[in-house]
Design a protein around this ligand. Structure first.
Ligand code: NAD
Length: 247
């Protein structure tokens, strides 16, 4: 029995990185988790590590039919949800001059539209007093090169948290955002060459007041707090970034 025993949770992008960190922490504390992502192999590996408290559903958050299927599965597995972590996202490291319409649209389709409709499709399953946590980014408040489109999408998400918090308040549902700084996950390696990723890692660590990257577990602790324990907090964004947005 853990502190989150009896809690049922959906985590998008829960097979890797920060989403997996959230899944691991919640399973360790007794919750049952449904994790989604685009790669079946990644989900299978995550399920192997998480054990029987985890179920997986492959799907694309930008496809509304996949979100309908996710909601059906969550209804079938759990009936009621106590928290929703809207965490799936991509980064595309593209300087402003060379951004294409296709990459711009991909960023907004997944990071903004995908998040919005994830909440819309799963909100009917949420219990009174449930918590929704959106994963935004330090890029909301700090200018960084080559990610202006990504940053704009994450700012949209931060704004979405405020207004959805208003809309869902009558149902007793709180909506908050967790805003990670640099966290060691596969996201950089997926966005650029390994050499460029290594250069960026060195730069981001050097620029950080704590001089290091955060861990998925450090973000997970803040996300779990917002979802379950922050009962007088809604519409807020909690920075988990080594102080880089604050100092
Ligand atoms: P990650 O690449 O390990 O995780 C992203 C997850 O999202 C993957 O599991 C992937 O399958 C899933 N995903 C991507 N596109 C999807 C789609 N269309 N449909 C369904 N699932 C999809 O990277 P991460 O760093 O763990 O990223 C998680 C979140 O944290 C993202 O929203 C990211 O923008 C945000 N973030 C990360 C950092 C960082 O430094 N790692 C910093 C700030 C914010």
């Amino acid at each position: 029995m853990g502190e989150y025993s009896g809690k049922n949770v959906v985590i998008t992008g829960g097979g890797s990185g920060i989403g997996f960190g959230i899944a691991q922490l919640l399973v360790d504390r007794g919750a049952r988790v449904l994790i989604t992502g685009r790669s079946q192999a990644t989900l299978d590996a995550a399920r192997e590590r998480l054990g029987e408290s985890a179920v997986t559903v492959r799907g694309d958050v930008a496809a509304l039919s996949d979100l309908d299927a996710l909601a059906d599965r969550a209804r079938g597995e759990f009936g009621t949800l106590h928290a929703l972590f809207v965490n799936a996202g991509i980064v595309r490291n593209v300087p402003f001059e060379s951004m294409t319409e296709q990459v711009y649209d991909e960023l907004f389709e997944i990071n903004v539209k995908g998040a919005y409709f994830t909440v819309q499709k799963l909100a009917p399953l949420l219990s009174t007093n449930a918590g929704i946590v959106l994963t935004t980014s330090v890029a909301n408040v700090i200018g960084m090169p080559a990610i202006s489109a990504y940053a704009a999408g994450k700012a949209a998400l931060r704004s979405m948290a405020r207004s959805l918090a208003r809309e869902l308040l009558p149902r007793g549902i709180r909506v908050n955002a967790v805003s990670p700084g640099p966290v060691e996950t596969g996201i950089l390696a997926n966005a650029m060459t390994e050499e460029a990723a290594e250069q960026l890692r060195t730069q981001l660590a050097a620029d950080n007041p704590m001089g290091r990257f955060g861990t998925p577990e450090e973000v997970a602790r803040a996300a779990a707090f917002l979802a379950f324990d922050a009962t007088y907090t809604t519409g807020a964004e909690l920075a988990v970034d080594g102080g880089v947005s604050q100092l």
